[in-house]
Design a protein around this ligand. Structure first.
Ligand SMILES: Nc1ncnc2c1ncn2[C@@H]1O[C@H](COP(=O)(O)OP(=O)(O)OP(=O)(O)O)[C@@H](O)[C@H]1O
Ligand SMILES: [Mg+2]
Length: 307
């Protein structure tokens, strides 16, 4: 019985409330992760310089994804690097391919062509469990499991990794405190008993629970009022300062991008329009689309960028 329950848990944890690209990845034999939860790096000698390997932790090379055998492309010829310790924001309007890109980074969607490397190794070569441990994922639309308590929701990846109950409970409580939810008050409640903003904090706590090196966050603060949203953005900046994670953050909100990003990658209709620091993008927009995107609220943006 317990095995069946665990199998369901594994399935849900990898694909909560979301269509799974069944072609993406099968459960390969378990591999080994290091102490920090990063998947072990096997660096092929002589292919990339040591310097570039040290600073580029996620590398997407010429990736394309079609869900309809080439009739249309969700993502097209996209190449992008995420450097160690940075927050890279994927910015673009609805349907431009942000979620698809994020899912290709952690193997939930398989690219039609191109390669995705994490820690210098193709995602398809990582075993699923070490990848789940190395990469925390905050799903678009929260995706908490309604039948589980908040504490159980946060502890789900530690549970999959086989941590003993005492350790995972302690970790869940620590993570709830980190996102400023009192574990004694919230730990035993169910998601329906929390406000939208509180649930989004739980989503962040859950992604952090196994101490992943990488955080992929898909519109984690969407559908919140401006004040709560700003509070959560400030919390994320604090958590980043304290824990030093490498973050890929998806949003369609220009102000959110400018508040959080070290670099911004602007996407449009599946393609990467430009990637750069906010100053680079504001000063030298590479395409007409980027220029238009930032030009309307420009005065306000310059004020923010100068902070
Ligand atoms: N599983 C799928 N099957 C078919 N088409 C899909 C699938 N997933 C995404 N798409 C399509 O790919 C395109 C990009 O979708 P994606 O979810 O990546 O966009 P997004 O930028 O995250 O949008 P949003 O801001 O609305 O979340 C869309 O046209 C979408 O309809
Ligand atoms: Mg999306």
């Amino acid at each position: 019985m317990r095995n069946i329950y665990d199998a369901i848990l594994v399935f849900l944890a990898f694909n909560p409330f979301d269509a799974y690209d069944r072609n993406a990845r099968s459960l390969a034999p378990p591999g080994v992760g290091d102490q920090r939860g990063r998947a072990v790096v096997h660096r092929p000698a002589g292919i990339l310089s040591q310097e570039s390997l040290d600073v580029t932790m996620i590398r997407l090379t010429d990736i394309s994804k079609t869900f309809d055998e080439g009739y249309s492309h969700a993502v097209r010829d996209l190449s992008l690097e995420v450097r160690d310790g940075e927050t890279l924001v994927l910015l673009g309007s609805s349907g431009c391919g942000k979620t698809t890109t994020l899912k290709m980074v952690n193997g939930l969607v398989e690219p039609t062509s191109g390669t995705v490397c994490v820690d210098g190794r193709n995602v398809t070569e990582h075993d699923v469990l070490s990848l789940r441990r190395a990469i925390g994922y905050v799903f678009q639309g929260i995706g908490l499991f309604p039948h589980m308590t908040i504490e159980q929701n946060v502890a789900i990846v530690p549970r999959l990794l086989g941590w003993p109950p005492g350790r995972r409970t302690a970790r869940a409580q620590e993570m709830l405190s980190l996102v400023e939810l009192d574990p004694a008050t919230y730990g035993r409640r169910f998601p329906r008993d929390l406000s939208g903003g509180e649930q989004q904090r739980v989503g962040v706590a859950r992604a952090l629970a196994a101490d992943p090196a990488y955080l992929l966050m898909d519109e984690p603060f969407g559908a919140l009022d401006a004040i709560t949203r700003n509070a959560l953005q400030q919390e994320l900046l604090r958590i980043k300062r304290e824990l030093g994670k490498t973050i890929v953050f998806v949003t369609h909100d220009i102000f959110e991008a400018l508040t959080l990003a070290d670099r911004i990658a602007v996407m449009h209709q599946g393609r990467l329009e430009q990637v750069g620091t906010k100053r680079e993008i504001l000063a030298e927009p590479a395409t007409g689309f980027v220029k238009d995107l930032f030009s309307k609220p420009k005065a306000q943006l310059e004020l923010l960028a100068a902070q």
